[in-house]
Design a protein. Structure first.
Length: 330
């Protein structure tokens, strides 16, 4: 069977859908749509998938104002498709560094964690009272923080039998790692408030999803709930230093834990990360802020040490002339 690039990508999309991996299937389908448009519908064999073709695709999606992370995601999907073709023996001549000259790494320059004062304001019961606009979304945000930055997807799919004896126990949908969190008094109260509208026959704690787990319908319900949640949070971001999203509670919990000098290994375990390296990506912007602050302190220290060289406005004044020492007579 002659398996082309388009054929392999369609096969993978169907495979993910059959495995109920709807999010991954969506990403692969989006990549296929973009790559097919770039190729103007013309398919190609894996032996024709050259570095020039891949670089051309990268330039094509960049020119459409896609973010660096989107570009990297699309390229990684093409790379994963190529690797799967290698496993199937479809690629007759493997090229080890085929993707070495294109973007496959994501960046995280945006500050995603709230300041301690801002998070404290959100956690304050007096900040939003029942009946106020955004009260429901604020309760969700508070609960996500109290549950060690639980991802929205895990919260949405949380089942009633996951809550027992003052604990919640669940498996992270992204990594499959088992997580157990002791419920605080505040968390118990919020769960009670948020679950009031859940149907008694529903297996889920919260009313985000009504369809059976693993179905495409359930995935679409989750996506709608996530979009609505992020849209509402965005309206709350106007007077804050950080753009609010479903990720903010998670990044804030990790950063606050780091502020409290909790070891990164413990933070990694608490958040259910696959490795400490993943945790470090959460804390990298925080570290960069500290490094920039250190740089400013060094510059100010030098300025104070040499007041004659810098005016108050930061302009360099006339430097003293250092005359060359005359050479001693031979």
């Amino acid at each position: 069977m002659n398996i082309t690039v388009f054929t392999m990508m369609r096969m993978l999309v169907n495979e993910f859908r059959n495995n109920n991996q709807w999010g991954t299937a969506h990403i692969y389908q989006s990549t296929f749509n973009a790559f097919s448009t770039y190729r103007k519908g013309y398919d190609l064999s894996f032996d024709e998938l050259s570095g020039n073709v891949i670089k051309g695709f990268e330039i094509y999606i960049r020119d459409r104002n896609c973010s660096r992370n989107t570009v990297a995601t699309y390229i990684k999907v093409i790379k994963a498709t190529y690797n799967r073709a290698v496993d199937y023996g479809v690629v007759t001549s493997f090229t080890p560094r085929l993707f070495s000259h294109v973007c496959t790494t994501t960046e995280n320059r945006r500050k995603r964690a709230l300041e301690a004062k801002e998070m404290g304001l959100i956690m304050n019961e007096k900040t939003l009272q029942p009946g106020c606009d955004m009260f429901y979304e604020m309760l969700i945000f508070r609960l996500m923080f109290l549950l060690r930055g639980i991802p929205f997807v895990d919260l949405a799919y949380l089942r009633k039998d996951d809550v027992k004896g003052g604990f919640i126990s669940y498996c992270r949908r992204k990594t499959g790692r088992a997580i157990t969190v002791k419920l605080t008094h505040e968390a118990k109260n919020i769960i009670k408030k948020l679950s009031k509208n859940t149907a008694w026959y529903s297996p889920y704690v919260f009313p985000f999803i009504s369809s059976p787990e693993g179905t495409e319908a359930a995935y679409k319900e989750y996506q709608r709930a996530l979009r609505k949640f992020n849209h509402r949070l965005n309206r709350l971001s106007q007077n804050m230093s950080t753009h609010l999203s479903s990720y903010t509670a998670r990044h804030t919990w990790a950063t606050m834990a780091y502020y409290c000098k909790i070891h990164q290994g413990i933070i990694s375990e608490a958040m259910g990360h696959s490795s400490i390296a993943v945790t470090e990506t959460y804390l990298k912007p925080f570290d960069n802020d500290r490094i920039d602050e250190a740089n400013e302190r060094v510059i100010e220290y030098v300025k104070r040490a040499a007041p004659t060289c810098f005016s108050r406005g930061g302009k360099v004044s006339k430097l003293p002339i250092i005359k060359k020492k005359p050479s001693s007579p031979k």
